[in-house]
Write a protein that binds this ligand. Structure first.
Ligand code: ADP
Ligand code: MG
Length: 263
């Protein structure tokens, strides 16, 4: 059974899109079948996958609003390693149109039902707000992966975010879990970052990934090359970190599955 992971944080610029794209690419590099869903009308995950958001035939709009079958709205990333449902400004219209529907919260969940077993991992790149698109992502997901920067107030923001997620989950998806908390753009020479990182581990224990994503120029410049960093410089520290993260996530899931089998 595949796993659906929403990458979410109400704050912008924390590394949601970079994480979604590079994790999708890393999972695909380990031969997993991957679908990346761009739910942010900015379309950054689409461009980061090397797909032109201005020239893509279909987007999440057709999936959510027109109920087109998922195979018809899916394209390949530029290197052909993973599947993508694109986003552009049409997805803003989708957010508004969703309001007209009954059971508007579960449109994405219903749309994904036919392919949940086909993919090993489905990642959803959420917009930086708690709108109906994010609610759809939370309702469709098995878990939420929260990228965050270790800076002042980060802990407060995170506690509030996890509180919001659990309130939302109790309404639309009681099974929803926190997949993990990911430290992004990390600079170990920064004292504050190290202090916040320690506090994070104290508060959230094993939910904090051991893998840390360093601040790395390859990750920032990758979209201008039109492909995930992983696909043009495997040796960069950023690529290596996301590959390590993919390994950590896979190992966690294997351990969970074993635990379930023993029970
Ligand atoms: P979000 O989707 O949460 O808004 P992004 O993934 O778009 O965040 O990242 C915000 C900015 O920071 C982008 O310009 C991105 O290229 C850059 N960035 C993200 N992660 C890293 C990193 N590990 N090292 C350097 N730059 C990064
Ligand atoms: Mg983003």
């Amino acid at each position: 059974m595949g796993r659906v992971i929403a990458v979410a944080n109400q704050k912008g610029g924390v590394g949601k899109t970079t994480t979604s794209v590079n994790l999708a690419a890393s999972m695909a590099a380990t031969k997993r079948k991957v679908l990346l869903i761009d739910l942010d009308p900015q379309g950054n995950a689409t461009m980061g996958s090397g797909v032109d958001k201005y020239d893509v035939p279909k987007t999440a709009y057709e999936l959510l609003i027109d109920e087109e079958p998922i195979a018809q709205v899916t394209v390949k990333d530029t290197s052909g390693f993973f599947d993508l449902i694109a986003a552009n400004s049409d997805v803003t219209a989708a957010e508004i149109k969703l309001m007209e529907f009954f059971a508007r919260e579960v449109r994405l969940r219903n749309a994904l039902a036919p392919v949940r077993d086909y993919y090993d991992y489905i990642f959803i790149d959420c917009p930086p707000s708690l709108n109906m698109l994010t609610v759809n992502a939370m309702a469709a997901a098995d878990s939420v992966l929260v990228p965050m920067q270790c800076e002042y107030y980060a802990l407060e923001g995170l506690t509030a975010l996890i509180d919001t997620i659990s309130k939302l989950a109790s309404v639309v998806n009681p099974e929803l879990q926190v997949e993990g908390i990911l430290r992004t753009m990390f600079d170990p020479r920064n004292r504050l970052a190290s202090d916040v990182s320690d506090q994070l581990k104290q508060h959230f224990g094993k939910k904090v990934y051991r893998t840390v994503i360093p601040r790395n120029v390859r990750l920032a410049e990758a979209p201008s090359f039109g492909k995930p960093a992983m696909y043009y410089d495997k040796t960069s520290n950023g690529s290596k970190a996301y590959l390590a993260l993919a390994g950590e996530i896979i190992r966690r899931h294997e351990e969970e599955n074993q635990a379930v089998a023993v029970d």
